[in-house]
Design a protein around this ligand. Sequence first.
Ligand SMILES: C[S@@+](CC[C@H](N)C(=O)[O-])C[C@H]1O[C@@H](n2cnc3c(N)ncnc32)[C@H](O)[C@@H]1O
Length: 435
Amino acid sequence: MYHDEYINLKRDLEKGYKNPYDYERDLQKLVNKIIIDIQEKNIESDTKRVIEIFNDVKNIKVPSGIQKRFDNILLNEYEIAERKTVLKSKIRRLYCAVTSFCNIKCIMCDIEKHKWELPERAIEEIIELMPYLENVMWQGGEVFFYKHFEKLMDSANLNKVNQEIVTNGLLLNEKNIHKLVEYNVDLGISIDGLTKDVYEYIRVGANFDKLIDNIKLLKKIKLNNRLRKSHLRLNVLVMKSNIEQIEFFPEFAAEYGFTRLCVNPFGPDFVSQENIFHYNKSDKFKYKIMNIKEKLFEKCKYMNIELVDSLPSYRIMNEIPSDKKEESVKKEDTKGEVENVTKTLLLCHAPWRKIFIDSDGTIMPECLCKREYSIGNISKNKIDEIWNNDNMQAYRQKIINGDQYVICKSDCTEGRIPSKVLKDVINTNLFWWEF
Ligand SMILES: C[S@@+](CC[C@H](N)C(=O)[O-])C[C@H]1O[C@@H](n2cnc3c(N)ncnc32)[C@H](O)[C@@H]1O
């Protein structure tokens, strides 16, 4: 078991068979192995094994700066396994809009109408949460437009929290790029056109030449800091004006050092001629999307770019799998005997792990959740209260009971959102420390 491995490691350190550097590296490997294992077992609803791992590893000591995070992960996995609706464990992932204000006015976005900023009181609450968080994604509006943003970034870095930012990239400069690289922040830059005319038509007030200068500078600074391990992502929103350019985004991504390309469809809430995913659809359009998807897939594979393609798969849409709530599996027990275990799988783990603060302060477990079933608003409610309030408990209880159809979006309940998204992709990068 893992505890024995830990004791052996400690013994090797004490006897001088391992130096402190190797000890810490091996301890990190062990911790990552434990986190992957316990999460995987929870995804499979192997409750018995989750509790065994929890009891086996709960006395493992990791470097003091990350002990709270490690203990919180274990407790949280234990509470998911036990199907708790009131949690002692704290939030593990935070998706947080910091402002609705932006330096540009895109044709597909009306976030600025909220005229909202993250209240200063909430900054202190988020800072208190940092030692427990594995990952935080900052969004806007435009994050670099928020006057307290550096304070939040500094605090996340101090606590070794994995940070992601979604930005338009136009307010990047030498000073903030150095900081982002130094802090290993994963940057997602939203670029919806490959030519000056298309880009500036969509992103009103933006300057394509400035964008290119900024991403060139970013690439240069990242190249000079090769030891830093942040990722650079390109987000593109597909719409009427740029659809002819989408297939050429992999080349652009490769040229400027992007490691991931996220291709997203226009959301349903914004009514516009540009919104070809929800208005004026035709077979010709569907055929075009299918064609684009194939090209992106082939090119990204060839160019070694990770593709996150969220465009609809029209071929599959007609064959939505029925929601598998119960699954009978054959499993070998410790004596080598095969037993039948009936598992009740949870549709989604989001309400146990994370919260999403939207650009008007509305809080939901995940950005995919329905706004009418929000769990509160950061301008009125404290994060601690929200985490276990009646609304959040209702999410957990309904998912436990298999009644998620009542509150969750049909995209999730009918299988259009991949299970690994709903259960959280296991990313050991979320749990690192430097030697
Ligand atoms: C609202 S922006 C805010 C962050 C930043 N200012 C930016 O441009 O990336 C965040 C992301 O939402 C996307 N977005 C904007 N309007 C959208 C819509 N109507 N449907 C879906 N995504 C949208 C943008 O393309 C961007 O990638």
